[in-house]
Design a protein around this ligand. Structure first.
Ligand code: ZN
Length: 374
């Protein structure tokens, strides 16, 4: 079920990109000027069960293996719409040959206006293993084309790839469904977002999709407690750092966090963003000590967990671990494909910088007996 036909003079007719009027005009014209590629006769405009327009071969002239799922057709059509929305040229169902003579056929082939074809969009509905993905990717690469895969089959077939994605295979889980009226929908999943296929394709072609990798970059959470400076002439709100956390919730002493490369820069950025943040603490016997950001007096406080009693905050900071400590239990969670600017990546903080702070109100009313001024 192709999306593409040609006029007699070779102008492409791309079914999902035609206006309603153009489509209707074509449909009602008896000797219509629309022809199937490769001399397969006059094209018949039709609409699939999922509402996608396509061209059918004349009865009895469909080539072997031309049967295509309605879902595949739908994803292809949405990909075309996305590519055009990004301002790229796009044609469905294009074939080519690598310099060493291997054939490929792209669901949608894209190029910037006036440039060579550089991107293939592949709607993969039929189950395909990782090896086949890689072979096909490699074949495209030999023709100077990069393929972007919408993985609409059972995702478990790419189980290992999802665990360890890599920059050479841009492949994305694509979930499809029909609503109660039989209308199709599909989402591409990336970075905790669910994007429509056309939005995803348009964004991917305009620089929203990017690979990030830095084997030593980790993100930890600095846990801050809200309090009040104890000096009676000050009494201003302060934020005290009392411990850190690995993303899975494992507790780190604040000194462990402080020893990590990037901590000092990140803390300085946090102080610039949070005027109430006290100085990065130091050990004072078994307790911690810091300095009030307002009156500059020393403050001593406990390391114990305040989460239940005071308002606490968690501030993601980006640090770099030494190479020999690559297994200190901090996974490198950002080695993968991301969407949009770094500031919106989930659970993200740049190296030596901070991410969005999250607030946790106290579970119990605050107790007397906070910090003492020194
Ligand atoms: Zn103070």
């Amino acid at each position: 079920m192709p999306l593409l036909a040609y006029t007699h003079s070779g102008e492409p007719l791309i079914a999902p990109l035609m206006t309603d009027d153009e489509w209707e005009q074509l449909r009602v014209t008896r000797n219509r000027n629309a022809w199937m590629p490769y001399g397969k006769g006059r094209a018949i405009p039709k609409t699939s069960c999922l509402g996608t327009r396509f061209f059918a071969h004349p009865p009895g002239q469909a080539p072997e293996g031309a049967k295509e799922s309605d879902l595949h057709l739908y994803i292809k059509a949405q990909s075309l719409i996305g590519a055009r929305a990004a301002g790229w040229d796009a044609l469905p169902e294009q074939s080519g040959t690598t310099p060493d003579g291997q054939d490929w056929r792209a669901d949608v082939l894209c190029r910037r206006s006036g440039r060579p074809w550089t991107v293939a969009l592949e709607a993969q509905v039929q189950l395909q293993g990782e090896d086949a993905y890689r072979q096909r990717q490699e074949r495209y690469a030999r023709s100077g084309i990069r393929a972007l895969w919408l993985v609409a089959h059972e995702p478990a077939a790419l189980h290992h790839f999802w665990l360890r994605p890599d920059p050479h295979l841009p492949a994305f889980k694509t979930m499809t469904w029909k609503d109660q009226d039989g209308q199709p929908g599909a989402y591409v999943h990336i970075d905790h977002l669910s994007l429509s296929i056309s939005d995803f394709v348009a964004g991917a072609l305009t620089g929203q999709l990017r690979w990030y990798e830095n084997g030593r970059h980790r993100i930890i959470l600095l846990v801050l407690r809200e309090d009040q400076c104890w000096h009676r002439t000050c009494r201003r709100r302060i934020l005290l750092a009392y411990r850190a956390e690995a993303p899975q919730g494992r507790r780190l002493e604040v000194e462990v966090a402080q020893a990590m490369q990037g901590y000092a820069d990140a803390y300085a950025k946090a102080q610039a963003a949070l005027p109430d943040l006290a100085e990065s603490p130091w050990a004072s016997r078994r307790d911690l000590a810091s300095r009030c950001p307002h009156c500059n007096r020393e403050i001593r406080y406990k390391r114990e967990d305040w989460a239940g009693r005071s308002a606490t905050y968690k501030l993601p900071i980006g640090i770099s671990i030494p190479e020999q400590e690559s297994n200190i239990g901090l996974a490198p969670p950002h080695t993968r494909w991301h969407w949009g600017p770094q500031s919106r990546w989930p659970h993200w903080a740049p190296l030596g910088g901070v991410g969005p702070i999250s607030h946790q109100p106290p579970e119990m009313p605050p107790r007397r007996g906070g910090p003492r001024t020194g």
